[in-house]
Design a protein around this ligand. Structure first.
Ligand code: UD1
Ligand code: MG
Length: 461
């Protein structure tokens, strides 16, 4: 196939979103609408990917600034889809084919685009169309008696008879670039909206005896656009259903495919079980046999084989990530923060928070505890209510707990500190100094009992 130049139109205002954010930056499945389209474009090995920005251009370009291979063209003011393409066409290669996409039609699939490009075959004008019982608002496909496509009429310009046509234009076309260039200069804005319509090129193609081909798809969601919050929410559900289907096809067992949200990439090994109401964000990997209880949020984390995450656990690796080894048990009601690095068979129980800390194989913190900036050795037992005081009000300091240590309940470990291997800390201790290996360390008021002590009695008035 020849060179493909992709042009993504993203300059429109998106008034009906009623949002200060440009429409194409609203998120679907955790990614900007426009990002979905760019990612799909990257799948078809385009020669260039040109994004037309206009409304909120600076914001849109800033969001995409770090991505390589994108070119931006600004359309100011926005005088219609044809006018938008007029801004882009100077960048395009006459030898190739231009594929026109919309920044607000996020779920178009690469294989559909490849089929459209094949139909275009470097010589025809190929339109992606859909038969729909609800064509209102879309451009209608006009055909002659031989069923050849002869034009597209916009809703606002359509006659009552034309409005009854059920075949609509998706906003996506593939067109030989040298022909597109010739047709764009012939556009005018004599229509109901006073805009330069890209769709008018269909009439020019017919006049120039260039065959217009329609590629009809039956999956409406692929061409559904987002114009309102209601449409955004509906398309989000569609997207989540698709992802749930894909996961189940890979063998992942979902308790309810309608109650999982994947806002990023979820990579699962064999025999993964996921209960209801779970949210996955960023990049999450679940090893073989991982079980996720109900109502968890898991963001940017790697979870090893056979590990169980029990209900209501909140894991957010942010940019540093969270890593959990195999055979571990996390939750219920646990919170893992960035830099939590938990080894095999680690147990984290209810109301335990772990931040920027490593725990070696078999270490346990089962109840009501905080672990911050800790390095915890193998088999350590971190008692109920133990707090690492890692912050002196200005700086954070690390603490090392060597292997086989037992920390008694309700202790405070004031960093920086090393608790020597095999040592024991008595319950309720405030530990401020290093302790020797094997030692029992108790740092609390001694227990005192006063026998037969009389409580004060209330004075009479
Ligand atoms: C367009 C098509 C219509 C089709 C529909 C599919 C035209 C004239 N009509 O209508 O036939 O059924 O899409 O969804 O093309 N944009 C710009 N600059 C502009 C105007 C729009 O970049 O000056 C961008 C928008 O940001 C959007 C896309 O082009 O991404 C489509 O624009 P929109 O106004 O939504 O077109 P429709 O009226 O829906
Ligand atoms: Mg419009």
């Amino acid at each position: 196939m020849s060179k493909i130049d992709v042009v993504i139109m993203a300059a429109g205002k998106g008034t009906r979103m009623k949002s200060s954010m440009p429409k194409v930056l609203h998120r679907l499945g955790g990614r900007a609408l426009l990002q979905h389209v760019i990612d799909t474009a990257n799948h078809i090995q385009a020669h260039r990917v040109v994004v037309i920005t206009g409304h909120g251009a600076e914001q849109v370009e800033a969001v995409l600034a770090t991505q390589t291979g994108l070119e931006f063209v600004r359309q100011m003011p926005q005088l219609g889809t044809g006018h938008a393409m007029q801004q882009a066409v100077p960048l395009l290669d006459d030898e190739g084919v231009t594929l026109v996409l919309s920044g607000d039609v996020p779920l178009i699939q690469a294989d559909t685009l490849l089929a459209l490009l094949k139909l275009c075959d470097e010589q025809h004008l190929a339109l992606l169309t859909l038969q729909t019982p609800t064509p209102a608002g879309y451009g209608r496909i006009l055909r002659n008696l031989q069923q050849q496509v002869i034009g597209i009429v916009e809703e606002k310009d359509a006659s009552e008879v034309q409005k009854k046509i059920n075949e609509i234009y998706s906003g996506i076309m593939a067109v030989p670039t040298r022909l597109l260039r010739q047709w764009l200069v012939r556009l005018d804005n004599r229509n109901a909206q006073g805009e330069f319509y890209l769709t008018d090129v269909v009439g020019f193609a017919v006049a120039d005896a260039c065959e217009v081909k329609a590629y009809g798809i039956d999956q409406a969601w692929q061409v559904e656009g987002v114009n309102t919050p209601v449409q955004l929410a509906a398309l989000e559900r569609t997207y989540q259903q698709l992802q749930a289907q894909q996961l189940m096809q890979q063998g992942v067992r979902l308790a309810d495919p309608a109650r999982i949200d994947v806002r990023g990439e979820l990579i699962c090994g064999a025999d993964v079980d996921i209960d209801i109401n779970n949210v996955f964000e960023g990049r999450v990997t679940l090893g073989e046999g991982v079980r996720i209880g109900s109502n968890c949020v898991i963001i940017n984390a790697d979870i090893g084989a056979g590990t169980q995450v029990l209900g209501f656990t909140y894991i957010d690796g942010e940019d540093k990530g969270v890593r959990i080894g195999s055979g571990a048990r996390i939750g219920p009601f646990a919170r893992l923060r960035p830099g939590a690095d938990l080894g095999d068979e680690v147990h984290i129980g209810n109301f335990v928070e772990v931040k920027n800390s490593s725990m070696a194989k078999g270490a346990k913190a089962n109840h009501l505890a905080y672990l911050g900036d800790l390095s915890v050795g193998e088999r350590v037992n971190y008692g109920a209510g133990v707090i690492s005081a890692n912050y002196d009000g200005a700086n954070k300091h690390p603490t090392t707990i060597e292997a086989d240590v037992h920390i008694g309940s309700n202790s405070v470990l004031v960093s920086p500190l090393t608790v020597g291997a095999g040592g024991t800390i008595g319950a309720g201790s405030v530990i401020t100094k290093d302790t020797a290996p094997g030692a029992l360390t108790v740092a609390r008021g001694k227990q005192v009992s006063i026998p037969d002590w009389q409580r004060p009695v209330k004075k009479s008035k």
